[in-house]
Design a protein around this ligand. Sequence first.
Ligand code: FES
Length: 160
Amino acid sequence: MGNYSFNNAQWLLVLSDGYKKNITFPNAVNNRLVFTFNFATYIIKEAKTMYTVKFNFEEKGKEPVVLENVEPGTSLLELALMNDIELHHNCGGVCACTTCHLYVEKGMESLEEITDREEDFIDRAVNPKLNSRLGCQSLLLDGDGVIEVTLPDQTQFLGE
Ligand code: FES
């Protein structure tokens, strides 16, 4: 979870991803264990935060959709489907097709890193670009900010 150091009633929390935060806590000496536990719980909740996710569409006549207060932990495919946004997913979201292919215009750093397997499938997608991802593999990491994606024209796909 993280390392803790104590110095003059100041706690320094260092999480494994490099997140650091100082906090002053007058009863730190007496309540060290209790505080450590509560603080870690608090920080993990705080680190989750929320995103704004904007979906653009290549399909003519479709207006962008902006979703506010999106919690980390879902994939872009799940997010699309939960909000009635059409995004094909013929393999069921297990990184075994290319139909959930999309372009990430903003916020690539907020998504789980691309794997070799995902790259292999992206190479087989229609019109892959440097900002291509598979929606089912693009999990929103803890954080906040704006993520913007463009969905290819879905009328070119058959199936789900
Ligand atoms: S749904 Fe098949 S790869 Fe994402």
